[in-house]
Design a protein around this ligand. Structure first.
Ligand code: NDP
Length: 462
């Protein structure tokens, strides 16, 4: 895939970019190594000052940055603005909290004495240049979620962004440079995915983090393993949204629509499989399909638009194929199920609700990366739990119930990295984010995220 900015609402190519050649990659790796040598010794207070400056600049630039995101990948402009604001907030959160999160840890004095030491403690030290292989769906947030903790820990960042968001990738590097981070602390590598293997293998790269699809994650983690380097993977999800009889049904429906249609349906933590107790199945499904049908599809630059185009033609075609396969095997289309009329130039797809899903359909096991929901009927709590876990993925989950015993049952049994009751999954800097099963491994955000790329150093003094 060439590195190009293409407007998914119109199919128009806005700009193409030259890929970095071997000399260009070498120059940036050398800069990263040189930057790390001194940046690693800077104080938390200094790093925090730079990161707060970056947050301020991002706030000032919010409108321009948001328009760039919307033009390149099609998310509604209102959502792009919210994404930019969330990034500034996360940068300030890490500027404020990193020092305490990475403070030396002191074991129990009795254990220190038992280890034969007069003093012993744990120091979290930076590990070097971390490569981030990032996707286009939240083109600013996914990167800031990596960069803010990495830079506060004293690491330096290399970004290989998705090939369809080069303008955003360039804007990210500019943001950190303008904030005053020394040259080489955060660099964008305009390279295709084929060049990633060589970068991971370079001795100057200490570790890699990837957010994206399972094949990409497998390739990156395999190379990292071959080089004995740390990897964090945040891959796809097929999160369940379970509705039980005690739920506030109106609130559940409203949230279900947002949880499925956010970001034009292209979010790893979007609710994708709606598992509804038989007692409330009929009213929930009717109201949900009605509300999905009512969503305003259109030009993502318009303020009123709720669902824009998918980010790529391939993404739209893949989604369409999943729906067609389900229809062929007998799924019922409650709403949508086709491309909308009047939007021929861009890569639009109607908000869709499917019922009557069976294991013979691909959609039963595969991730739907677009505004397509599947609704299942569960006879009771046991079946709801079993259905929620009947997926290769395990990123997060949403459960609607007011019953503490039912909530506890999900906390105990759900095979996912998160469970959100009476709400939708959302990331927050203070809460860890990541999955189990085929959704990946490792965690981002919170203290867990910042420690992923630290050398956890034992200091022992006789
Ligand atoms: P990819 O996983 O292909 O892209 C994500 C990032 O990985 C991009 O930077 C991409 O670069 C890079 N990449 C892809 N293949 C390799 C490889 N073999 N080695 C190294 N880097 C690689 O996502 P797609 O855009 O193709 O989307 C496909 C599906 O992935 C979606 O439908 C969805 O299911 C899932 N996905 C999940 C996301 C999430 O948030 N968890 C985000 C995006 C996608 P390049 O662009 O140059 O190919």
């Amino acid at each position: 895939m060439p590195i190009a900015s293409v407007n998914p609402a119109t199919g128009e190519t806005l700009e193409t970019f030259e890929e970095l050649d071997a000399a260009g990659i070498e120059q940036r790796l050398a800069r990263a190594e040189a930057a790390f040598r001194t940046y690693r010794t800077t104080s938390f207070a200094h790093r925090a000052q730079l990161l707060r400056r970056a947050a301020d600049l991002l706030d000032e630039d919010r409108e321009a940055v948001s328009r760039t995101m919307t033009e390149e990948m099609g998310k509604p402009l209102t959502a792009a603005r919210a994404e930019a604001a969330k990034c500034a907030k996360a940068m300030r959160w890490y500027a404020e909290n990193a020092e305490a999160l990475l403070a030396d840890e002191h074991p129990d004095p009795a254990d220190v004495a038992d280890a034969g030491a007069a003093r012993a403690y744990v120091r979290y030290r930076p590990i070097g240049a971390v490569l981030a292989v990032m996707p286009w769906n939240f083109p600013f947030w996914q990167v800031i979620r990596f960069a803010a903790p990495a830079l506060m820990a004293g690491n330096v960042g290399l970004l290989k962004h998705a090939s369809n968001v080069p303008r955003t990738a360039v804007a990210l590097e500019e943001l950190f440079v303008r904030a005053g981070f020394p040259e080489g602390c955060f660099q964008t590598l305009l390279i295709g995915s084929r060049a990633v293997d060589g970068v991971i293998r370079d001795r100057r790269v200490a570790a890699v983090t990837l957010t994206g699809s399972e094949p990409a994650g497998r390739a990156v983690a395999a190379t990292a393993a071959d080089e004995v380097k740390k990897a964090v993977l945040e891959l796809g999800g097929s999160d369940p949204f379970v509705v039980l009889p005690s739920a506030d049904l109106d609130a559940a429906v409203r949230t279900a629509v947002r949880a499925r249609a956010q970001n034009n349906g292209q979010s790893c933590i979007a609710a994708k499989r709606f598992i509804v107790h038989a007692d409330v199945y009929e009213p929930f499904t009717a109201a949900f399909a009605g509300a999905m049908r009512a969503l305003k599809v259109g030009d993502p630059m318009e303020e009123a638009t709720e669902v824009g185009p998918l980010a790529s033609r391939q993404g739209r075609d893949d989604l369409e194929e999943l729906v067609e396969d389900a229809k062929k095997h007998g799924a019922r289309v409650e709403c949508g199920g086709r491309r909308p009329e009047g939007f021929d130039a861009g890569w639009f797809y109607e908000p869709t609700v499917l019922t009557g899903i069976t294991p013979a359909m691909r959609i039963h096991q595969e991730e739907t990366f677009g505004p397509v929901a599947t609704v299942y009927r569960a006879a009771d709590l046991d079946e709801a739990v079993a259905m929620a876990n009947d997926t290769p993925f395990g990123l997060s989950s949403n459960v609607w119930t007011d019953d503490p015993a039912e909530q506890e049952r999900f906390v105990r049994d759900i095979e996912a990295g998160g469970v959100f009751f009476n709400g939708m999954t959302a990331s927050h800097p203070a809460l860890p984010f990541g999955g189990v099963k085929r959704s990946g491994f490792g965690r981002e955000l919170s203290g867990h995220g910042i420690k992923e790329f630290c050398n956890v150093t034992t200091v022992w003094v006789a």
